[in-house]
Design a protein around this ligand. Sequence first.
Ligand code: MG
Length: 373
Amino acid sequence: VTTGLGAVELVHVRLPLVEPWVTPLGRMVDRDVVLVRAVVDGAEGWGECVAQPDPTYSPEYVEGALDVLERHLVPRLMAGRPTGADAVAGILAPVKGHRMAKAGLEAAVLDASLRAAGVNLADDLHRRSSAGTPAARPQRVTGGVAVGITSDLGALESAVAGRVAEGYVRIKLKVHPGWDVEPVASVRAAHPALALQVDANGSYAPLDPAARRRAIGALDPFGLLLVEQPLADDDLVGHAHLGAGVATPICLDEGVTSLEVTDTALALGACQVVNIKSGRVGGLLEAVRIHDRCLSAGVAVWCGGMLETGIGRATNLALATLPGFSLPGDLSAAGRFWADDVVTEPLAVPSGVGAGVEVVDLSRWTVSRRRLA
Ligand code: MG
């Protein structure tokens, strides 16, 4: 058994979606994803890089993530001889950006380290959080689900009715200028008490400030939990101005990329809610720090999704057990996206060691596999 980090493997897989996923950013029929396998102290761990095939959610994309992992991140990590996951972010810090690639690598090292030590991931995150309760952490979390853009209101209503019948307590709709008040009004009329929120993925950015207030303010009568990222990623001041003129709470997703940006957003009053995604912020450990900061500032958080496989879903579930995650996350069951998942366990807060999932033979989905030792 080798002490410390032994080998890292990058596995590019392509999973067919059960139905096309349509958002303001585009249409996806397969999910290409980079899975990272690391061996630490003889134990194997897995992480998921949530970068998407196209650089439309963020600048990162699958082929770019593979390239930066192979050329820069994995060699630096190997040379840095990390003793555990705590050292990963510091070793990788000289490489700017590429947070999703870094997060996938850190998650694999963390999973492997925890498996080697016999520790559960959710317990470990609670131990790291200033508000964590390792002895009394939740065994379950409440899951919401996102519904993509449909061809018409009838298709939207049947999609929402199906998700509600499946037991989801919160529905998130994708919106953009031209597809907002009508779908929201239609879903609200059919489900008066449903916890409902919307995500714009920055699509209201082209509007001038008065038009933004009119468009987002038109959603106020429907009692939404929040409107997510109406404006551009870097427009924190714009979000602060918009939030001052509408009643629906503003939530940031793409715009929050680090603890420092979180501090800036909170200081500017740019949001009342933060969507935390460990990939977007560079790793699970940074996600815990952002959670802690938001909790002490009285800002609600929830765990967003990136169409993760069961590997990324397991880490999301573990993260979402922290006490600041007071709103339901995008923690839908794997079957919502995949006919077959890459892990064998059903979707629940993992109870085993590490992230608690066993990865199946990936060969039928594998596009490429690179071992870096
Ligand atoms: Mg979002």
